[in-house]
Design a protein. Structure first.
Length: 806
């Protein structure tokens, strides 16, 4: 190895060009640089466009598509029936949906039944704030027997909706997809394996339907492969975002059999950080393996009245169906006896498919990236392009944009939400594209400004190596903490280091250095650009800083290409150099202006109106014992409409333990003449210091849920049985130290058996039920058109409670 004998494209002054007058010499190279820059940028733009086009949803197939194909047109007919109105678990509307599903599946000649049972929630969810949670559920289960079954393939979606909206996407998308997949499968030859279609109930309440199926349905006894289909928005690509553990074989089949395989091992890590849960949770830690898919863009309508069939992007539905049908056929024909691998795979989408490699390569690759970047640094120093001091400075300074861009993005969003406070209650704005572009422009402005300020002192080579070094270091950190996400920085760092090494070792006067750094940057674009695009809807604008961080990492990988836009270091003197330096500030200035303009356009375009209302949260709570009523809101900074109902902050834990803990906004309300749930003593026996109370809790109105709490200063709860099922007796904080929440209570009431150790003479119990809809309440004024409802499980809730001393 030796230092290159020819001058570098970057870092050293140009060689005098014979025959060219001195005044023109300095211009010779800048022109060539500009041509190289233009060519490189066009190439990167083409690669970027290819990556983004690959994320496009397929065109929806019309209702007259071939019978063995999935047709979004046909599936959409079911969407309209399922999501005609809100159909929360236990409601008459949900019964009608269930009847439709049964009829459709029976019509296909499938063995169809309803699993009608009471089940506890799956896992320990956030919904458990009120206490142990259960629901009465009715799952629709249909089976297509295989010809020579090696196991079962379960296609799972929930048919219930939230109380606040019809669930046009969530989850009429998954439910209608399963009906259409079932139809397509019945037209062809029977699969080898059993296919079981599971349309679950009470997912929104507590995942109780899926939990009931996984734990106690005979068809689930031997486990199998679960494909869960969801929607958390209205549009965008369907992302396979969650898998069971040791997923390498499953991911391999996904990459092979799904016609549009969009999925990344990083999504699992992101998903774990989010407060969402799906039915898939109920199948984890059991004898199941599987994949969980959803489309997630258009999150503004999630769980709101706007989640209607009309809001659905039928391209997303087509993608759900194409993938589900392809996977059902593949798993239907595969030997299912051994689908667990010894390891998880790392995987991510690239144009034309899904890259995957074994997870055990994560750490070696991360270390290799560090070694190659170190080698690049060493060669850079040896070739005289940067001193050790400059390399160290480059490494230190590269941290500046990595930190500044996400911070600036968060500050930008803070400023936007200050101007438009209604955004605080939205998962994402209705038209987020302008804000997303503003965040990207802001990240670019920070990167370009930083580069313009540091480039002359530190030199382009040292900064490029410094940026790659951070990617390599992040790769090691991710490999340890978030293995599925390590590829995001490891692979671009590897590519960048290899590109740099090639650039240093090839003839500097030829095109190869530029080709090498451009190819390396292209790898970064393929990996990081789709990540940026998918991160925005996944996390929402409130966490736009994460997308800004990834955007800056992409910029650091592309630094050698960005550098071509700048005059060659040391290449100019005097006035020309000054002019060139001024030109170098152009990209930074343009990006900064773009950020401001785009944010302004966002504010101008994404105004709240009747079709895009500002979400508000309101509920009503009546103490039937005292007659005192209150309006309550979860809004931390109440909207003007909500302000008309609430004034101060309150803690309702003592009066309405069924609403969970935490501070709420509250204001006085007129008392409505509504009955509290009845609590009857069916039997009461004391033996050996233990009192056993057999109770019946019966809502006196149509209620979505009922709760029962025990004041644990009056008695210690030793055991609790609800509808014949033992529930955990885990202490809650506060006065009501034991509680249970029952969703979709049957009309005849819920039987609760409590075994207590009395402390006081009487035990105090608090019973509450909750219905949905505030319209009939005294003092309620309907919302004006531009005011909407927050997509939350407590929006528009009407709770009535009273204490029973027994
Ligand atoms: Zn949902």
């Amino acid at each position: 190895m030796g230092a290159p004998t020819t001058p570098a494209t970057t870092g050293t002054p140009p060689r005098p060009v014979p025959g060219v007058p001195p005044a023109d010499r300095a211009l010779t190279r800048p022109r060539r640089r500009l041509v190289a820059a233009a060519a490189a940028l066009v190439a990167l733009a083409a690669v970027g466009a290819g990556s983004l086009l690959d994320l496009r949803t397929p065109a929806p197939k019309s209702a007259d598509a071939p019978a063995d194909a999935f047709s979004a047109g046909r599936a959409y007919e079911d969407v309209k029936v399922i999501a005609a109105r809100s159909h929360v678990a236990g409601s008459p509307a949900n019964e009608q949906v269930r009847a439709h599903l049964e009829q459709q599946l029976r019509g296909l000649g499938l063995e169809t039944e309803v699993q009608d049972t009471v089940a506890p929630e799956a896992g320990q969810l956030s919904g458990a704030a009120g206490g142990a949670t259960l629901a009465r559920v009715r799952n629709v289960v249909a089976r297509m027997p295989g010809t020579d079954s090696t196991g079962r393939v379960f296609l799972v979606a929930h048919y219930d909706s939230v109380q606040t909206g019809p669930g046009g996407n969530d989850d009429a998308a998954g439910t209608s997809t399963i009906l259409e997949v079932a139809r397509a499968l019945t037209t062809g030859p029977r699969p080898r394996n059993d296919i079981v279609f599971v349309l679950t109930d009470a997912e929104e309440a507590c995942l109780c339907g899926a939990a009931a199926f996984a734990a106690s349905h005979p068809l689930a006894a031997d486990g199998g492969v679960v494909l869960n289909l969801e929607a958390r928005g209205s549009t965008g690509p369907v992302i396979m975002f969650e898998t069971s553990r040791n997923n390498a074989k499953l991911v391999d089949i996904f990459g092979r059999a799904a016609p549009h395989p969009v999925g990344t091992s990083f999504a699992v890590e992101i998903y774990r950080a989010l407060p969402n849960d799906t039915d898939f949770t109920a199948f984890l830690d059991q004898k199941f393996v599987g994949l969980n898919s959803a489309y997630i863009d258009g999150g503004a309508i999630y769980h709101t009245p706007l989640d209607t069939p009309a809001a659905m992007d039928r391209g997303s539905l087509q993608q759900h169906g194409d993938n589900a049908l392809g996977l059902a056929r593949e798993f239907g024909g595969t030997d299912l006896t051994d689908l667990r691998s010894g390891h998880d795979a790392t995987y991510f989408p690239v144009p034309g498919g899904l890259v995957r490699y074994p997870g055990w390569l994560t750490v070696p690759l991360a270390l290799l990236a560090v070694a190659l970047v170190a080698a690049l640094g060493w060669l850079t120093r040896r070739s005289g392009r940067a001193s050790t001091g400059r390399l160290a400075a480059g490494f230190a300074l590269a941290l500046v944009p990595i930190i500044a861009a996400p911070v600036a993005a968060q500050l930008l969003w803070l400023a936007i939400t200050t101007i438009r406070p209604g955004y605080a209650e939205l998962l994402d704005p209705y038209r987020p594209i302008w804000y997303r572009l503003a965040v990207l422009a802001l990240a670019a402005a920070i990167l370009f400004t930083w580069y313009a300020l540091t480039r002359r002192r530190i030199g382009p080579a040292a900064l490029a190596v410094g940026g790659l070094a951070w990617l390599a270091v992040l790769g090691v950190l991710l490999a340890v903490a978030v293995p599925g996400g390590a590829y995001l920085t490891t692979v671009p760092a590897l590519a960048g280091a290899l590109g740099g090494l090639v650039a240093l070792r090839t003839r500097q006067t030829g095109p190869w250095p530029v080709v090498a750094v451009t190819a390396a940057a292209a790898v970064g674009v393929v990996i990081l650009l789709p990540t940026v695009v998918l991160l925005f809807p996944a996390l929402g604008m409130a966490m736009g800083g994460v997308a800004a961080l990834v955007a800056v990492l992409l910029g650091l990988v592309a630094l050698p290409v960005v550098d071509l836009l700048h005059p060659q270091a040391g290449g100019q003197r005097g006035l020309l150099a000054l002019r060139a330096r001024r030109l170098a500030v152009l990209p930074a200035g343009a990006a900064a202006v773009a950020a401001v303009v785009l944010a302004g356009v966002g504010l101008g375009v994404d105004r709240f109106d009747a079709a895009h209302p500002a979400p508000t949260h309101l509920m009503y709570a009546l103490d039937a014992g005292t007659g005192q009523a209150r309006w309550l809101s979860h809004e931390s900074d109440p909207q003007p409409w909500t302000d008309g109902y609430v004034d101060g902050v309150t803690d309702v834990g003592d009066d309405f333990p069924g609403l969970g803990d935490g501070e709420l906004r509250a204001g006085p309300a007129q008392s409505a003449n509504l009955p509290a749930p009845k609590l009857e003593v069916v039997a009461d026996a004391t033996a050996g210091g233990e009192r056993t109370l057999r109770l019946r809790l019966t809502p006196q109105r149509v209620a979505r849920l009922a709760t029962l709490h025990v004041d644990t200063s009056t008695a210690t709860v030793l055991r609790a049985d609800v509808a014949g099922r033992s529930v955990p007796v885990e202490p809650r904080a506060g006065k009501w130290g034991f509680g249970l929440v029952f969703h979709a209570p049957p009309a005849e009431g819920i039987e609760v058996v409590l075994t207590l150790r009395p402390i006081a003479g009487q035990v105090a119990l608090r019973a509450m039920d909750a219905s949905d809809g505030l319209d009939a309440l005294p003092g309620f004024r309907p919302r004006p058109p531009a005011v909407g409802v927050v997509g939350s499980h407590s929006s528009e809730m009407l709770a009535v409670a009273r204490t029973y001393p027994l």
